[in-house]
Design a protein around this ligand. Sequence first.
Ligand SMILES: Nc1ncnc2c1ncn2[C@@H]1O[C@H](COP(=O)(O)OP(=O)(O)OP(=O)(O)O)[C@@H](O)[C@H]1O
Ligand code: NI
Length: 327
Amino acid sequence: MDINQVEKSDHTLPNSLIKDKTPLFEVNHLSLTFRQYKKGLRESSTQVIRDFSLKIHQGEIVAVVGASGSGKSLLADAILGILPENADVKGDLKFAGEELTMEKQMLLRGKDISLIPQSTNALDPLMKAGKQVQSVIKRKNKKSIQERIFHKVGLSKKAGEMYPFELSGGMARRVLVSTAMVSEAKLVIADEPTPGLDEHARNETIHYIKQLADGGKSIMFITHDITAALEVADKVAVFYAGETVEIANIDDFTGKGENLRHPYTRALWNALPQNDFIPLKGSQPLPGETINGCAFESRCPIAVEYCAQKPPQNKSVSGGIVRCFHA
Ligand SMILES: Nc1ncnc2c1ncn2[C@@H]1O[C@H](COP(=O)(O)OP(=O)(O)OP(=O)(O)O)[C@@H](O)[C@H]1O
Ligand code: NI
């Protein structure tokens, strides 16, 4: 039996969800602040995510693109409910049309919602690779399912008998991807699965992500590789200084970026080697930096005076959202 059919068999959603196109996962106005205690027990707080919103439908791949340190991994942790104690989260999370409470997050974590973590350190150092993958399989014939998946991702039977320290970086990544592939998860969050891989392994990983979606899973693909995002995603959510500045359909990334609505998204597009390779000057505000107006204002080619004075809100536009006064 083809592995995609195995995947599909358990991923039928209630008809109501398909009919009215309720997103499988939805986050609205998420903010994340860390409380920190400085000398003398004075409390200070650092805001890392300011206002993040996103919807993912069944079988859809949404890439979340943002620079290093922009809060992408923390966003994943917030969805899974695995943030450290000193984190305060606000905003609405919904899964399959229902509020995703802390209790629900605990219940769904590793089951309906699965994470491909950014670091391969997430593997259990004391458990053989094959066993780790088998441990998330709910059906019978765990070992043969695991071996079939390993074969699919280019891992030998022998790799199944290895401990994480015996695996190369690329092999460990494949083990993590296998875990998501065998899981019953409806939503897979892949946190930067491609950095550090050679071109072949990178292309393969991207291919597996596509396979996961073809099998009916919804994917949140976190990356700073905009080329990878454009290769697989249906939609791209651009994350800047803790905010979604634009969510655009993949078809909007074309030409000189005329269909893109936010100047930051256009700048990312035009900085690609196949386009004009135009670098963007300056850098993102740091977490905790006070931002009164638009977070992109200091680097924006079309900014006017009021852009520095009040923050723009997300506007719904056909096929996406954008946070810019000029859009
Ligand atoms: N426990 C914490 N307390 C305070 N600040 C934190 C904590 N964890 C992370 N941060 C800060 O939050 C910011 C966002 O971190 P995060 O790991 O989410 O970034 P990222 O977008 O995933 O980056 P990368 O692309 O490098 O993985 C960083 O500046 C980091 O220093
Ligand atoms: Ni990260």
